[in-house]
Design a protein around this ligand. Structure first.
Ligand code: I3P
Length: 439
């Protein structure tokens, strides 16, 4: 049972303040000149076809009012890849162990300050009927359910837009309608990926709003631990890049989010206009995290002790990611093995999937869920930005992206994710062996 999740001790909740290694070691592509063990990991983790980090085409950043423009230069990209940005970040004043109590529903998991700072305190609820402690994220909109029913709802939103979810009938949730996502679910009904996506039950109208009605993935878990990993080497659509080039719209909210992480992140022009365009922000997020170097990144973790963290914007190196995974599974090798076997099943299904071949999969996540009974599952979620290709076009998902080819690096990222978990599993197993040897 992971530490801190035994039901008897659930009253002892508080912020465990897990700390990700934010060391200042400089990395190129993945780990660079790290220790031998680390080099080995990198060799395993980075297939030759993707050894070079994907190149980002230039984005022209011009204020709408028509001020001077600045091209995102190759040097910017190189800086990001070789770690310059990371070094700057390691001096960031943002604490990764601080907490922020949530005052209102709107404060939680929105794209605002409390989300950006990353640690969120959850409400501790006790179901009167069963004296059963539940941790509830307040983003669950108060639907017309009895208090007891609401207390049993344990759905959690770790990433994405605030207010996207509502509680539904038992075992289900409602997600804000997206035409794109609905079409994906419809097509997935006949696809090899069906066993790995949430069951979709059609659309629902409530108070003049439309929702997708789907299974709550947490329903069969007892005090679940949840991790959201966003997959792929790119998190924005090619069309967003084109739009930003044609009609650049510097956004102040994105500028502020960038400043929260790294006050030296914005260029001088971005500072003076107090705005960054969305692709520029997304590219910055990708270079800052492991998206570009590993093809996936950790977005958020909600643990069974009630803590919820989304402060992984700087979790970039393989070692950082290993550290987070180790903490997430609490040293439980059985859970790691279940996750690995599920990931390999997903990998096989993706390779067999017609849907996958014919879609650019952007912003989709793998949701890891386990509990103290060692029940562990991984699901493919979030198809809001998954876009069908023109008739006859197909993606391989494991070759580098160049603007125009629409590749997303999903399979490459999955391969790296599997290697990462294998490394965690090996390290945990070795640890157990040396411990028993020593005894
Ligand atoms: C957000 C994140 C979301 C993105 C959102 C970003 O950044 O990348 O995926 O929404 O764009 O602000 P962060 O994780 O740093 O908070 P989409 O995936 O829907 O584009 P938005 O601000 O335009 O909603």
């Amino acid at each position: 049972m992971p530490k801190g999740c035994r039901r008897k001790s659930s009253k002892d909740f508080g912020l465990s303040g897990t700390r990700v290694n934010e060391g200042s070691r400089v990395e190129r592509t993945t780990v660079g000149k790290a220790s031998q063990t680390c080099d080995d990991l990198v060799q395993k983790a980075v297939p030759l076809t993707m050894m070079d980090a994907p190149r980002v085409p230039s984005v022209t950043i011009t204020p709408e009012s028509g001020g001077s423009s600045r091209e995102m230069q190759q040097e910017d990209w190189d800086d990001a890849v070789d770690g310059t940005l990371r070094r700057k970040l390691s001096n960031s004043s943002i604490s990764s162990t601080g907490s922020s109590a949530v005052e209102s529903e709107d404060d939680l998991l929105s794209d605002n300050e409390s989300k950006s700072k990353g640690i969120i305190t959850l409400e501790h609820l006790v179901d009167a009927g069963e004296s059963k402690p539940w941790w509830k994220l307040k983003t669950i909109v108060q639907w017309p359910f009895s208090a007891t029913q609401r207390r049993k709802l344990n759905w959690v939103q770790l990433a994405g837009h605030k207010g996207n979810f509502k509680a539904a009938d038992e075992g289900n949730i409602l997600k804000k309608f997206s035409e794109n996502e609905m079409q994906c679910f419809e097509k997935l009904r006949e696809d090899a990926l069906l066993p790995f996506v949430p069951s979709y039950h059609g659309t629902v109208e409530k108070d003049g709003e439309s929702f997708l009605h789907m299974t709550d993935l947490l329903v069969n878990f007892d005090l679940p631990n949840v991790m959201d990993c966003k997959m792929g080497v790119r998190t924005y659509l090619e069309e967003e890049l084109v739009r930003a080039r044609e009609r650049p719209k510097p956004r102040e909210d994105l500028y502020n989010k960038m400043m929260e992480v790294d006050s030296e992140g914005p260029t001088s022009q971005e500072h003076s206009q107090r705005g960054v365009t969305k692709p520029r922000y997304m590219q910055w997020r990708e270079t800052m995290s492991s998206t570009n170097t590993l093809g996936f990144r950790i977005e958020g973790i909600k643990k069974c002790d009630g803590t919820c963290r989304t402060d992984f914007k700087k979790t970039r190196s393989m070692q950082d990611v290993i550290h987070v995974f180790k903490d997430f599974v609490g040293g439980n090798v059985n859970i790691l093995k279940s996750y690995l076997s599920r990931l390999r099943e997903i990998q096989q299904a993706l390779k067999a999937s017609h849907f996958f071949r014919q879609h650019e999969v952007i912003g989709s996540s793998l949701l890891f869920i386990h509990d103290h009974t060692s029940n562990a599952q991984v699901w493919i979620i979030d198809f809001g930005k998954t876009t069908a290709l023109p008739e006859g076009q197909m993606l391989s998902h494991d070759i580098p992206w160049q603007e125009g080819n629409r590749e997303d690096g999903y399979l490459w990222g999955l391969e790296n994710l599997i290697h990462t978990l294998e490394s965690v599993s090996n390290e945990e197993t070795d640890g157990e062996t040396s411990y028993s040897d020593a005894k």
